[in-house]
Write a protein that binds this ligand. Structure first.
Ligand code: ATP
Ligand code: SKM
Ligand code: MG
Length: 186
């Protein structure tokens, strides 16, 4: 099967769910953020601090295009889908799955899991919400969307697997996004 690209906001669970999904499928797993850090031999906060976000986006676009386009699961970064033709590339090469959820939960996870995310560190919650809103139109172009609210990473991975099996059996994907992510800012 073609590569499955997980997209969505910071804290949506792309890395966590992606690993489980790759195991279930027996595919290789790539975390785009980790891959960039390895290739650049620098952490993402260091890249942002020393070279700026624009340089990070260039590395991100290059890294995306250097990963396999078959038999792999790729957890993208929160901003990957919104930059440099990346979404068109993923839609053309593989299957793009949006992990959707409510902003508050994703933000709380992204701000509280101990991983340093330069955009969370540099912005207020309000600014992060606006960033999230600006990215929704990109996320919503995914081949399909899975609602992550009140579901464990394992449940989400299994749901994606079921949808992929349905597709292999000739069913088309149901109407794109579950619109839970349109909820009011809490
Ligand atoms: N469905 C879930 N339920 C509970 N906790 C979750 C869920 N998904 C992810 N988490 C937790 O939220 C935190 C962030 O998850 P993760 O790093 O997978 O997000 P991400 O989408 O990859 O974020 P980023 O875009 O910054 O890479 C982790 O601590 C993870 O264990
Ligand atoms: O949402 C974003 O723009 C980002 C999300 C992270 O996954 C990293 O790719 C980086 O911290 C930027
Ligand atoms: Mg991640």
């Amino acid at each position: 099967m073609e590569t499955i690209y997980l997209i969505g906001f910071m804290g949506a669970g792309k890395t966590t769910v992606g690993k489980i999904l790759a195991d279930l499928l027996g595919y290789s797993f790539y975390d785009l953020d980790e891959y960039i850090e390895k290739t650049a031999a620098q952490s993402i906060p260091e890249i942002f601090a020393e070279k700026g976000e624009a340089h990070f986006r260039l590395l991100e676009a290059r890294a995306l295009r250097s990963l396999p386009v078959r038999q792999a699961v790729v957890a993208t970064g929160g901003g990957t889908a919104a930059g440099r033709g990346n979404l068109s590339y993923m839609l053309e090469k593989g299957l793009v799955v949006h992990l959707a959820g409510d902003f508050s939960r994703m933000y709380a996870r992204a701000a509280g899991d101990g991983r340093e995310r330069p955009l969370i560190a540099a912005k207020s919650r309000e600014e992060c919400f606006r960033l999230y809103q600006s990215r929704l139109p990109f996320y919503r172009k995914a081949h399909f969307s899975v609602d992550t609210t009140d579901r464990s990473p394992a449940e989400i991975a299994r749901t994606i697997l079921e949808r992929l099996k349905e597709r292999e059996n000739g069913k088309t994907f149901p109407e794109k996004a579950e619109r839970k992510d349109e909820r009011e800012y809490e």
